[in-house]
Ligand binder design. Sequence first.
Ligand code: ADP
Length: 166
Amino acid sequence: MSIAICPGSFDPITLGHLNIIRRTSRIFDEVIVLVMVNSNKSTPMFSIDERLSMVQRAVERYPNVTVNHVDGLLAEYAKKLPNAVLVKGLRAASDFDYEFQMNLINKKINPELETMFLTSSEKYTFLSSSVVREMARYGGDLTGLVPSELIDEIEEKAKAWREHNG
Ligand code: ADP
């Protein structure tokens, strides 16, 4: 059975992530969307439980996709699933540089682990979680950026952030 791991911070999940997850689910028998607890990015907007619950709701429609989380190194987690392949999305040259470096580090920790890349769909090339967070914080319309069923929750969080930060 072929297994893919789609890792990320998903802070929050966007339609760009979902596009990669959906396409991966057509290629592999099973897909694990892995929410990274401690990514090297700045303080997350959403807690790990909120991110997990949003990802769960967004992937509910795909029968071969499950959601998990890990607090630690991705390459160590993958040792428990010897046949699994990492699948990541590539948007631009900047993603490539970062991913190339990550892959070298992962290979040092877990030489068996392979990474495959899917190029971003054209309409999501400029979409990232940080764009969504900025848009939400300044009251922008999130339609077409995140799964529609999550818009209310993201807007609520952004409203609380605005009230707290003035
Ligand atoms: P972000 O870069 O949006 O903060 P993550 O760290 O959660 O997101 O990224 C997880 C994975 O999803 C990475 O492989 C990243 O390249 C990919 N990804 C994120 N947004 C997109 C997108 N719009 N199109 C394709 N891949 C994407």
